[in-house]
Design a protein around this ligand. Structure first.
Ligand SMILES: [Zn+2]
Length: 419
């Protein structure tokens, strides 16, 4: 890892302050000092910088008990808007955020099958963004910057989609294509990084620094934060827990290997388990994954014995896979999210809790809490808006690469597309 410079440390302090302020909503300099563990002088300097660029404003003054009145600070929602976009394999979701990272507008659409070429997909995304801006009721020139999550392997430093297997993309310079089509500076990243930063700033990470965020959907994976820093790995593909082996020589996974966690916990894995329980079950007649998961939730509410068995079997797989994850990284917290978790998470976790203690080493078990994520809204777009905020601060002269959110990329600063 690159040696930290004094600039890196300053950047890291700035993100600690912002993370604290997003958690507290409003705070005095004294409260930020207590929340971050930074010195009062450091906090005062960073607050001054952020006020100068319009990101922080006064939220009022209050009596400090005899001395001078103290100033309460907040992020200025009026400073402009950030955009978070989740481009998934089957949909494009756009959320517009004010600078306090509250959602002010959104839109979603399903691209047609033949819109998988980069140029067609980029046009589609531009159309969905226009709808979201209309929904927010703001002028387009209020938009400051856009963060976009893409499936597959993404290199955020070069702005390249290195490999997207479902679309057969190789080395697509997607950041410049998107920036040109949207007329705005763009940051790109992988959804596992987005959910990790959202959880770190707005979920369990408000209280603890070692968090694994587990996504359950068509695919499964985990976003990792250790000691308050995102874990990216050497080529930004850390957290592909879904493609670690759960069953030796087990079910064929869509990555081409056998026995992956995803082949048991991804939605096609749930469908395969249901087929093993009762191949003639009504639930297996449709081919749409979301309907399947919604129907399982309905079946559980109606006490369908096959749906209950599906949760029972899946919970054992989940406990074993979570146990591996916990033993390996020793997190304070594991947060579960994703659309399967939204519909089935409560039931699945309740049964998983029966098996999980046996899958963890005592020391790791004693340290960890496992729960559904407390992040409100879409973690992927929220995380990408957080990256866009980082990019925006760089745009206005507060360089940020190498900070807490980009730790493994050293302190290079080369991502100013469109700035
Ligand atoms: Zn796999």
């Amino acid at each position: 890892m690159t040696k930290r410079t004094s600039k890196d440390i300053r950047n890291q302090s700035r993100f600690a302050l912002l993370r604290g302020l997003y958690s507290l909503r409003t705070a005095t300099r004294q409260e930020l000092t207590a929340a971050t563990g930074l010195s009062f002088a450091t906090i005062s300097n960073i607050v001054g910088e952020l006020i100068d660029v319009g990101v922080l404003v006064e939220a009022g003054r209050e009596d400090s008990g005899g001395g001078r009145p103290v100033t309460r600070l907040k992020i200025s929602p009026e400073r402009g808007a950030l955009v978070g976009i989740d481009i998934a394999e089957t949909y494009v979701h756009v959320d517009i955020y004010d600078l306090a990272l509250g959602v002010i507008g959104q839109a979603e659409s399903e691209p047609a099958i033949d819109e998988n070429e980069p140029s067609a997909l980029v046009r589609h995304v531009a159309g969905v963004l226009d709808q979201a801006v209309a929904d927010a009721g703001i002028s387009r020139d209020r938009l400051l910057r856009v963060g976009i999550s893409l499936p597959g392997q993404v290199d955020p430093q070069r702005g390249v989609s290195v490999f997207a297997p479902n679309w057969d993309w190789h080395e697509v310079h997607i950041q410049s294509l998107l920036s040109e089509a949207l007329g705005l500076p763009v940051d790109v990243d992988n959804p596992l990084r987005a959910i990790a930063i959202a959880e770190l700033w707005f979920g369990a990470g408000r209280l603890v620094n070692n968090v694994a965020t587990v996504n359950l959907g068509t695919g499964v994976g985990t976003g990792l934060a250790i000691d308050g820093d995102l874990v990216r790995g050497s080529s930004n593909t850390a957290g592909e827990w879904g493609h670690t082996t759960l069953v030796y020589n087990g079910r064929l996974c869509r990555c081409g290997r056998r026995g992956c966690v995803e082949a048991y916990l991804g939605v096609p894995g749930l469908q395969a388990t249901m087929a093993e329980i009762n191949a003639a079950h009504d639930l297996l007649t449709g081919d749409r994954q979301r309907e399947f998961v919604a129907d399982v939730a309905k079946g559980l509410a109606d006490d369908d014995p096959d749906c209950k068995e599906l949760i029972e079997v899946t919970a054992r797989y989940f406990a074993a896979a979570l146990g591996n994850l916990v033993n390996f990284i020793n997190p304070d917290h594991v947060s579960i999210l994703g659309w399967t978790a939204r519909l089935l998470g409560a039931e699945l976790l309740e049964v998983t809790d029966k098996y999980l203690p046996n899958e963890m080493l005592p020391s790791a078990r004693a340290a960890v809490r496992v729960s559904l994520s407390s992040v409100v809204g879409n973690s992927v777009t929220l995380g990408m808006a957080t990256f866009a905020l980082e990019g925006f601060l760089e745009q206005v002269g507060l360089p940020s690469r190498g900070a807490s959110t980009r730790a493994s990329f050293g302190n290079t600063s080369s991502l100013a597309a469109g700035a």
